[in-house]
Every structure is written in C-alpha cells, then in structure tokens.
Ligand binder design. Sequence first.
Ligand SMILES: [Ca+2]
Ligand SMILES: [Ca+2]
Length: 201
Amino acid sequence: MYKILFLLIISLLMPISLCAVTITFSDFASFNAATGGSASLVEDFESIPNGARFSSFSQNGITYQALSANLAIGRFRTDVNPSNIVVADGNENYQLSFQSGVTAVGFNTIMNSLGPATVQVFGNSGSLGSFLHNHASTQQGFFGVTASEDITSVIWTSNGGGSVDEGIDNVFLGTSTIPEPTTPVMALLAITLLYVRKSNK
Ligand SMILES: [Ca+2]
Ligand SMILES: [Ca+2]
C-alpha cells in the first residue's frame, strides 16, 4: 500500500522538479543583483564594421542567427544609441545562442513606437517563456532574464522593425543565483515520506 503511495508521490512530484524558474528584469541593477554581481559585458558590437550584414556570425561565445531578414550591425539608431547595435534589414527576427553554463542573459534594448518586441527564451528543457518588451522609443532600455537551468538561446522579434529598427546592444552574460527548484521539491518529498512513516506506526 505504502509502496504504491510512494510511487504516486514520486510521479506527482517529478513534473514539478522539471519546471524551470525564470525571472525577467527591465533594469540592469536588478538583473546584476540576481547574478550576485557576476553579469559581465561580453559583446558591444564595436569590433564589427558599421553597416556589416550577416545571415549568421559567432563572436565571444555567442552565435547570432537571422531567422528572416539579414542581420545588420551598425549605427542605425543614433537618436538613442550612438554606437553599433544589432538590427535587421527588415523586421528584426534573430536568435542569440549561448554556450553551456549561461543562466543569466541581459542586453540593452532600442525600441520604436510601433509596438512591443517579443523575447522568447529557451533552455535545456525547451521554452522558458515568451515575453513582450516595450519602453519609450526616446531612450535605451534593458531586458534581462535569469533561469534555474542553462539558457541556450533567446529570440528577438520586433514590431514594425521594417519601418523603424528595434535592436539590441551590450549583451551581458552571467550565472543566476536562483536555486534549483528540485531542492524544495525534494524537501517536500522527504516531509511527505516522514509523515507516511509516522502514520504507519
Ligand atoms: Ca554598441
Ligand atoms: Ca529593421
């Protein structure tokens, strides 16, 4: 009887233990705090010639892949950012892929006033979430995400980016300090088993 109960509890808890915890941030300070200050700037795109186009390229451990129109690196939104940023020739729709061990990803964002961009986040277990991101088009913003498992890629999709570019700059990578969700799940399992054993006496 208790063996069946034990197996039932395990089967109920297993899906919970596989759920990743994902948190998003709209400012660098909060994001950096969630990494214990480990977030570091790994790419500002200044080593790439202004106006360069790519279908994909890899640099500093990150692979950038155009999912529709070609990637364009350059000074395309000097109204809010005087340096090189990443946009696309048409609507922005591109992917950043990361090496293993990355659990925190953040970058500056440059918006138009035509609607929010969508940020899709993927990890080892699949999709970690899809987030709408928006702020005033007159200033640079920030998007950050931490996860309790490796973040494998992020997809940036703009809104109206064929008319006015919506891009990113200054990619920060780090390690999240969020504990694995398996820890509270295992604690709950231990408490349940203790309760079952006590009830059995
Ligand atoms: Ca830059
Ligand atoms: Ca564009």
